[in-house]
Ligand binder design. Structure first.
Ligand code: ATP
Ligand code: MG
Length: 425
């Protein structure tokens, strides 16, 4: 019988990869902590309507990427394609946006039915930040500044660049959309097929078409900044001043509209040229209208989401994986004979209690000393502790350094904690 494989585009993350994931996750969490952001955890499935109403019917995500199915009761549910809608739903449902500011972050798997390729999966992971109750642009700047700190902490500051744009108010966008559609309709025959379709469904998305001819044609399109409302213009100018004052370098990209319908005013993306066509590692913006659209009181909102798989690829590409990540243990505890087996089991517990953070592998499964030494090498241990019948009888243990921490020696069991702590420092 053929063995069962994982679902296409949904990947296992194996033990030789999880240390880098954990390293990255710990860095992101510590940056959130530094800025006073609090974690929120939402379910991975929601009612389908939530995503249709928030993300927008005419987006790639809702049109063709959602994992939607009827549960046993016939109710439509969807595996979340992103976190923002769920986060808004949760905040609303529990009154978190009621007359208060929230700075939140979340982390977890997202699901989109896309064509799998490097940096694009059907199950992928995001970290996201969302802020409710602040009109900005100060908090818009903060959200960007914290990502810049993360790049520095990860040694990736030279691998990513910031693209910035404003989408203005919905009235400004509506006025612009009318004129843009008129322009696009007059040039229909020069557009790529995807863009032709979007002229009627989601014309702003034509602006970020990847097609070179379409991009060239757009040089003659109406300029959105001519339609910008005063409030959004001031917001954008102030944001730029704040970013300048923080020393953040950015490029203004008037064609950055982002895939999802819900954005207004500030939008941004951190992009890299190191990962081929999957170059956006983090994107976000302001979505002041969404909470009201989902039945809540009008509440300003802004946030970003970061693709973890692309960040992992980028860390590898830029060789910013910290040394020693694959190391499984500091100490390997070997033993020969039944008595030594029991005694070292007790000793292992004692060492774990005495030495904070100690990573110790107690040998299991019997076998020769030679075989145990091989295992010690393989797990990256700095020391092997060895107990045989003689050591057991003497109340001692052999300490054998594997990475140049001096000579092998015999130590009384009463002194072993202090000794090991010193040697693995
Ligand atoms: P793209 O244009 O690459 O499809 P997107 O605009 O659909 O990205 P967002 O919805 O803004 O992406 O999600 C934020 C981030 O999540 C992206 O910048 C990317 O890093 C990551 N991401 C999105 N879709 C995937 C996917 N299918 N596989 C892996 N990462 C993804
Ligand atoms: Mg996409």
């Amino acid at each position: 019988m053929a063995s069962i494989k994982a679902i296409r585009g949904m990947h296992d993350i194996l033990p030789d990869q999880t240390p880098l994931w954990q390293f990255f996750e710990a860095k992101v969490k510590s940056v959130f902590d530094q800025y006073g952001y609090q974690e929120i955890r939402m379910p991975i499935a929601e009612k389908t309507d939530l995503f249709c109403r928030s993300i927008g019917e005419a987006t790639d995500v809702v049109e063709k990427e959602m994992y939607t199915f009827a549960d046993r009761n016939g109710d439509n549910m969807t595996l979340r394609p992103e976190g923002t809608a769920s986060c808004v739903r949760a905040a609303q449902e529990h009154g978190l946006t009621y007359n208060q500011v929230q700075r939140l972050w979340y982390h977890g798997p997202m699901f989109r039915y896309e064509r799998p390729q490097k940096g694009r999966q059907r199950q992928f992971h995001q970290f996201g930040a969302e802020v409710y109750g602040l009109e900005g642009p100060d908090v818009d700047a903060e959200l960007i500044i914290m990502t810049a700190r993360l790049w520095r902490e990860l040694g990736l500051q030279d691998a990513v660049t910031l693209q910035l744009n404003t989408l203005g108010s919905s009235a400004a966008r509506a006025a612009y959309r009318t004129d843009l559609v008129e322009f696009l309709q007059a040039n229909m025959q020069f557009l790529d097929a995807d863009s032709q379709r979007r002229v009627s469904t989601n014309p702003l998305r034509v602006l970020d078409s990847k097609n070179a001819n379409t991009q060239a044609l757009l040089d003659g399109a109406p300029d959105f900044y001519g339609y910008l409302d005063d409030e959004s213009r001031v917001h954008f100018e102030r944001l730029r001043e704040l970013l300048d004052a923080a020393g953040i370098v950015y490029q203004i990209n008037p064609r950055l509209v982002r895939g999802l319908d819900y954005y207004c005013k500030t939008v941004f993306e951190w992009v890299t040229d190191k990962l081929g066509s999957q170059g956006t590692v983090c994107g976000g913006g302001r979505y002041d209208g969404m909470i009201e659209q989902l039945g809540g009181k009008p509440t300003p909102a802004v946030g970003w989401a970061m693709g973890v798989e692309r960040m992992i690829l980028l860390l590898q590409e830029m060789q910013q994986e910290p040394a020693g990540l694959g190391q499984q243990a500091d100490v390997y505890l070997a033993h020969i004979g039944d008595g030594a087996s029991v005694r070292t089991m007790q000793l292992a517990e004692q060492l774990r209690t005495d030495i904070s953070g100690l990573r110790l592998l107690w040998h299991c499964g019997g076998g020769s000393l030679k075989n145990q030494m091989k295992k010690a090498d393989r797990c990256g241990a700095k020391l092997v502790l060895i107990m045989g019948d003689d050591e057991l009888a003497q109340g001692e243990i052999q300490i054998k350094p594997l990475q140049g921490q001096g000579e092998q020696q015999s130590i009384p069991l009463s002194k072993v904690s202090a000794h090991v702590a010193e040697l693995i420092k």
